[in-house]
Write a protein that binds this ligand. Structure first.
Ligand code: G3P
Ligand code: MG
Length: 233
């Protein structure tokens, strides 16, 4: 089972910062998840739509400016990084799950991924792009047909994982609260990988492992890896 460092190693460093990415790499993470919003013509790595939970700033992220963001403290003196800064830092050393949060993120991401492959040593297979916004995923898949898509859901829908199948997704990403055995087995029957967020409790991790889940998003990836033993990538 793959352990994906959620927002970097966010249990150990301010989430979605370069420090959290560095910590995840230091711990030997095979994959890191992060969240992106659009600010001006850039993608920035931050989870919320609003600045106040993550930084000493206020207001909506998408109405901010890059100059304003550069002056904010994202915890322990860390800055809100751009996605390109994170891509440069990681430089192909692990897989990356980029979660599209705001509007207009997919249009900026597609050329950036091509550039990261050309300039920073990534391979196509290392990128997995996910979102709760499935039309946005369909658009980026249409512009980059090779791209692995992760369909996020916080529910257990009546039609189980059909939506992910229809999207041509690589994986379905389920909320741990709705990771029902039937939903998991339906997704796997359709050939989809199943990743579950956000899982930090040992009992949950072990139960999901027994259910055949392919990966878990963890804030403490080191702890999760010690719990699952040898069954890791
Ligand atoms: O991508 C998994 C997980 O991060 C999705 O939810 O709200 O933590 O971004 P959230
Ligand atoms: Mg996320």
């Amino acid at each position: 089972m793959l352990v994906i460092a959620h927002r970097g190693a966010s249990g150990l460093a301010p989430e979605n910062t370069l420090a959290a990415m560095e910590k995840a790499l230091e711990l030997g993470a095979c994959a890191i998840e992060l969240d992106v919003h659009r600010v001006e013509q850039e993608l920035v790595v931050i989870h919320d739509r609003w600045l106040q939970r993550h930084t000493d700033g206020h207001g909506l992220v998408h109405q901010s400016t890059l100059a304003h963001l550069a002056g904010l403290d994202a915890g322990n003196g860390e800055r809100v990084p751009t996605l390109w800064q994170v891509l440069e830092l990681i430089a192909g050393r692990c897989d990356l799950n980029i979660e599209l949060k705001g509007r207009g993120t997919g249009e900026l991401l597609a050329p950036m991924l091509e550039r990261a492959i050309a300039e920073l040593g990534y391979s196509r297979e290392q990128f997995l792009v996910s979102s709760f916004n499935h039309p946005q995923l369909a658009r980026i898949k249409a512009s980059l047909p090779w791209l692995k898509i992760g369909a996020l859901t916080t529910s257990c829908p009546l039609n189980y994982a059909r939506f992910a199948d229809e999207l041509g997704a690589f994986s379905v990403h389920m909320d741990v609260n709705f990771a029902e055995p039937e939903f998991i087995s339906d997704a796997k029957r359709r050939g989809l990988r199943v990743y579950v967020f956000t899982v930090d409790e040992a009992e949950d991790i072990l139960e999901l492992q027994l259910l055949g889940v392919d990966g878990v998003f963890c804030n403490w990836p080191d702890k999760a890896r010690s719990i699952i033993g040898n069954d890791q990538r």
